[in-house]
Design a protein around this ligand. Structure first.
Ligand SMILES: *Cc1c(COP(=O)(O)O)cnc(C)c1O
Length: 478
């Protein structure tokens, strides 16, 4: 059912204006200009590699992976024009013209007074929270991304998630499952006192909630509440372009608007943004913090100089700033976004037809397999998501990330409990794989799905005290 609804959302609005969607083939709106070889391996080789790294896909050498769906962060392909811009980079320590070009490109979409470059999104978070928050404060969001939450908690403040109820149910169908519960926001601010809420945030798209979009109407309402209390409203904007595309095809008010108009309207309701340029801005590295408040910007810049670098480069090379200036404009191309969202949904719909249980509706940057539902014979404490990750690697050299009990099950007292869900995330790097590559992924998953009853659970033989998913070691349970 979810997939039918998705098809409806995409097809009805697209067919009037975009011809290529009436064809089954996904049209990649680019030609390949420079190629990177993929090393093919045999199943026997992969069984050996994965055993050598104790069944943890994070420890695999990337050269031993055929299709890498571990993350969409910094893994996209830069364009010809971005590579050309790299040559234009000016590496002056202070006042580089590359910074002026970067700032102008960012402000052409996001009209904020202060644009502060950083080496990644989490660095923007750290300098913002380090200067704006104090112990005991509260920051409300739809769902805080893990680095956002960690940086808020690092300064002793509380990160609270207030996504709508549908956003917590993997099978609930809602066009904007990333929306914030505005009634809950208002009562939460009243409960803790607005003087203890230095910032309200919203993440678009809602990455930790399955890449689900947020409507402009919701952004508007959240902004109204925050502003009624005089609290600055900050958007975690990593997937601003994908979110705007969902707005165009799902939010009646915006069906005739351009992506650029939607972006500008969305951000007009906020007082600033944090950005990981490794996502929609098409960078392999980079980020920024944008703010209107002189006071917040001053505090953030002082920390920036301490930990990142001078305010005209912020931990990036001049050439990186130039590549981002081009990438941020390419991200809002409607042909690109058609291709981006259709190709993600193409993978989801094909897996749905095979009967693979999935989180629905499909988000923008990834498809999530419900491993607990697919492998009901493997209990959560035997890590069905990890078992599936290992099986996809052995079967076809596909690398994907477990988002479940391995990642979230570890308790502070050393015990463990089942996470809310056991998912396997197939994240799609931007402009990197073709439809043939995705067809291969579908075939591999179909083969694993057909023999799913043979998959075995795992046990952990080594785990560090925190963030165990990166380095844990596993064995099969006999
Ligand atoms: C990736 C991401 C971040 C952190 O950005 P990095 O560049 O990885 O430091 C923050 N928020 C969201 C929603 C993200 O997806």
């Amino acid at each position: 059912m979810g997939s039918a609804v998705n098809k409806y959302w995409i097809a009805t609005r697209w067919q009037d204006s975009i011809v290529c969607v009436t064809y089954k083939t996904i049209f990649e709106p680019f030609r390949i200009h420079s190629v990177e070889p993929i090393r093919l391996t045999t199943k026997e080789e992969r069984q050996r590699y994965i055993k050598e790294v104790r069944l943890n896909v994070f420890s695999l050498a990337a050269k031993d992976v055929i299709i890498d769906l571990l993350t969409d962060s910094g893994t996209g392909a830069m364009s010809r024009d971005q590579w050309a811009a790299i040559q234009h980079g000016d590496e002056s320590y202070a006042g580089s013209p590359s910074f002026a070009i970067f700032k102008e490109a960012v402000q052409s979409l996001f009209d904020y007074k202060h644009i502060i470059p950083t080496h990644q999104g989490r660095a923007a978070e750290k300098i913002l929270f380090g200067s704006a928050l104090k112990t005991g404060d509260y920051v409300f969001s739809n769902t805080h991304f893990d680095t956002t939450r960690a940086n808020i908690e690092y300064v002793g403040a509380n990160a609270v998630d207030l996504v709508i109820a549908e956003g917590r149910d993997p099978s609930a169908i809602h066009p904007f499952k990333g929306n914030m519960d505005v009634a809950a926001l208002r009562s939460a601010i009243e409960e803790v006192g607005p003087e203890n809420v230095p910032l309200v945030m919203i993440t678009i798209t809602n990455n930790s909630g399955g890449g689900q979009p947020v409507s402009v109407a919701n952004v508007r309402e959240v902004s109204k509440i925050a502003r009624s209390y005089g609290i600055p409203f900050i958007i975690d904007a990593c997937r601003f372009a994908e979110n705007s595309y969902f707005v165009k095809i799902r939010e009646e008010e915006f069906k005739e608007a351009s992506i650029e108009e939607i972006v500008k309207e969305t951000f007009s309701y906020a007082d600033g943004m944090t950005m990981s340029a490794k996502k929609d801005p098409m960078g392999n590295i980079g980020g920024w913090l944008a703010l209107n408040s002189d006071k917040l910007a001053d505090g953030a810049r002082n920390l920036l100089i301490l930990t990142e670098g001078f305010p005209t480069y912020g931990g990036l090379a001049g050439r990186d700033l130039e590549a981002l200036a081009v990438g941020v404009r390419e991200a809002i191309s409607e042909d690109y976004l058609n291709y981006r969202i259709t190709s993600t949904h193409y993978l989801g719909e094909a897996l749905d037809e095979i009967g693979v249980p999935l989180v629905k509706p499909f988000g923008g940057h990834a498809i999530y397999i419900d491993a607990r539902a697919m492998l009901p014979h493997i209990p959560p404490l035997q890590y069905p998501g990890q078992a599936l990750a290992v099986a996809l690697y052995e079967e076809g050299g596909i690398r994907a990330s477990e988002i479940g009990t391995v990642m979230f099950g570890q308790q502070a007292d050393g015990s463990e409990k089942a996470a809310a869900m056991d998912l396997l995330r197939l994240a799609i790097p931007r402009r990197t794989y073709t439809q043939s590559h995705i067809d291969y992924v579908i075939e591999v998953i179909a083969n694993v799905h057909a023999r799913r009853e043979e998959l075995r659970g795992l046990k952990i033989t080594y785990a560090p005290p925190q963030l165990r998913h990166f380095t844990a070691e596993f064995e099969w349970i006999e």
